[in-house]
Design a protein around this ligand. Structure first.
Ligand SMILES: [Zn+2]
Length: 197
């Protein structure tokens, strides 16, 4: 897989942050074209910032990472493993993937604290504000996704795309990740094939 490492905006078509995370791999179903847009710990932080997944904010994680590159690389690898586990658990029913998410979730909670939220009227889990924060937040959302109703979980109908999403369309007939992207390209391809035939 090619590593992108750019300043791309991450896709948010998944309907759940766990699926948006899976969709950081582009062209997942074609090994020759697959691109991983989370090519470093910094990319993970950028993804967390864009999606608001780490509720207590990034708090200088990128600076922390440049001071501890080996720990950051370990955390990056662990986040990628969690991302792949979400995909394999939901779409391949992989027991080892479910086990990894369970382990990371329990581990995340033991490292988190239950803290007052902004209103002061309620409490919520706050993940560690060190390099392990993104992994903890992602483990929590992976657990939330796995224990939710997954009947609407779908994968884009394109041969190569591989993006996943919750189909919340009224008739539950969403075939494409995006109508403008895969939907349009496949419609054009079908039309051209018909013309040639
Ligand atoms: Zn697609």
């Amino acid at each position: 897989m090619v590593a992108a490492g750019t300043t791309t905006t991450f896709p948010e078509v998944g309907g759940h942050a766990g699926f948006d995370l899976v969709d950081t791999v582009h062209w997942r179903l074609d090994d020759r074209r697959a691109i991983d847009t989370l090519s470093s710990y910094d990319d993970v932080v950028r993804w967390c910032n864009q999606t608001g997944v780490v509720p207590n904010g990034d708090g200088g994680l990128q600076a922390m990472a440049s001071g501890a590159p080996e720990a950051a690389a370990r955390e990056h690898a662990a986040v990628i493993a969690l991302r792949e586990a979400i995909y394999e658990a939901v779409f391949e029913s992989s027991p080892s993937a479910v086990e990894l998410i369970a382990h990371e979730y329990v581990d995340a909670l033991t490292r988190s604290v239950l803290a007052h939220d902004d209103t002061g009227l309620s409490w919520s889990w706050r993940v560690p504000s060190d390099l392990t924060g993104p992994r903890a937040a992602i483990a929590v959302l992976a657990h939330e996704l796995l224990t939710s109703d997954l009947r609407a979980a779908r994968q884009c109908g394109d041969d190569a795309c591989g993006w996943v999403y919750l189909d919340t369309s009224p008739r539950h007939n969403r075939i494409w990740c995006t109508a403008a992207g895969c939907g349009n390209r496949n419609r054009v391809a079908r039309h051209q094939a018909k013309k040639h035939a």
